[in-house]
Design a protein around this ligand. Sequence first.
Ligand code: CS2
Length: 478
Amino acid sequence: MPELLRPSYHRTRLRPRMFHIGLGAFAKAHVLVFHDDMLRRTESDWGVVAARLHSGVAELDLLDEADGIYTVGEMSGDDIALRQVGAIVKTLHPARDGIEALIAQVADPDLCLITLTITEKGYCLKDGRLDRYHPAIEKDLASPDRPESAIGLITEGLRRRWRAGLPPLTILSCDNLPSNGELCYAAIRDFADHLDAGFGNWVREACRFPSSMVDRITPAMTQASHKQLAEVLGRPDANGILCEPFRQWVIEDDFAGERPAWDLVGAELVDDVAPFEKMKLRLLNGSHSFLAYAGALAGLETISDCMLEPDLLRACRQLMLEEQAPTLDMPYGVDIALYADTLIDRFSNSALHHKTVQIATDGSQKLPQRLLAPVRDHLKTGRAWPLTALAIAGWMHYCRGRSEQGGNLPLNDPLSARIKTIASETDGAKYVEELLTLSEIFSTDLPASVIFSTRIQTAYDQLRSEGVLKSVAAALSP
Ligand code: CS2
């Protein structure tokens, strides 16, 4: 049985200095593992309060029963390394503890930092600004002291700090969005301005919103992965997580006050995260989305199954190097070909069981930064983008809900109601045309481009008539 690394620090020394909102598999395997490593290496008293806002009361109850301690299994082939994470000192959920407890946590004088993994849709943005007509934001703006959204909650907590003359906070976004710090800032600043101009200025001048690039492949836990963990651990851990060994965190070094010494444990603190974020979003996440739709349609269950299809593997590498990499402007010395090869190895990790339909979730939120932003660049330069076109058309095909074998494909997406209506009322060219009118995804410039619409139409027709694997094979460079 592999050795289990237990927390080597006295947990009694931990105080609530950091508040993590959106505790899910990824945060448990990434942000909290870095933090746990830092606690092992230093005398830091930075305990973490962890919250979820919507689903997940039962998960937090289970974590409380385990005193906040859970196992992380890092898997590669047949190897597994086990550790326990002990950084969480308290959990909070509005449905269990009341929203007031969460607002009070943001306003707690001991707090220095909020970290966020609330997914792309959690920021409630439209065109880079707070979407005031988003249902949750409309509600929160009308009754800010009873917020439902993460943005409303943080802003109300900050307002209490401002009124009480308490120090400002750093809010660190750890979601897969380009310039995630700036977007997070835009959402909170717009909300704050709406409440009080003086408060809005304090948010602008005193609080900090660094960007960060986060990376660790962490599939959602399933019954099978819980069983697998129990076998190696010798007992079940209902709070346990399995993930890949690789992890990376590049953080903009811009904090309102103290920050945890994550740099001692491998996090890279830099002046400008943007190039790294873009590279990761386009090469890793972009090809993940391509494989998710192509793979799910072709009846492939996991990303590593996709890597066993020689044409999909070649296509993935080609997408990264011929269609995504040319849109990047990386600092001198970054070896993109090596980065792509490492990604292919990581995707091939058969121990992970990372499901294609999991990554296919929330396509409307993911397509813009992963695939559509690079297309804008291609349209300007005249470069070819056959695989990106198949990825976008693949999403459209996926949204009809059936794989090529007739299996059911789940559509989990904030726009699912509208997408389903379009799918039920239209087909063929009309279907593509209607989906392109979803301006939240495509904006207005892309559908206005005849080249863009024609290429997506052609790719969609090809997927329907020839099937995914043949279409992908036809798009491969000689
Ligand atoms: C994936 C990411 O589900 C998805 O959309 O692309 O969760 C991906 O696994 C992580 O960003 C890896 O760091």
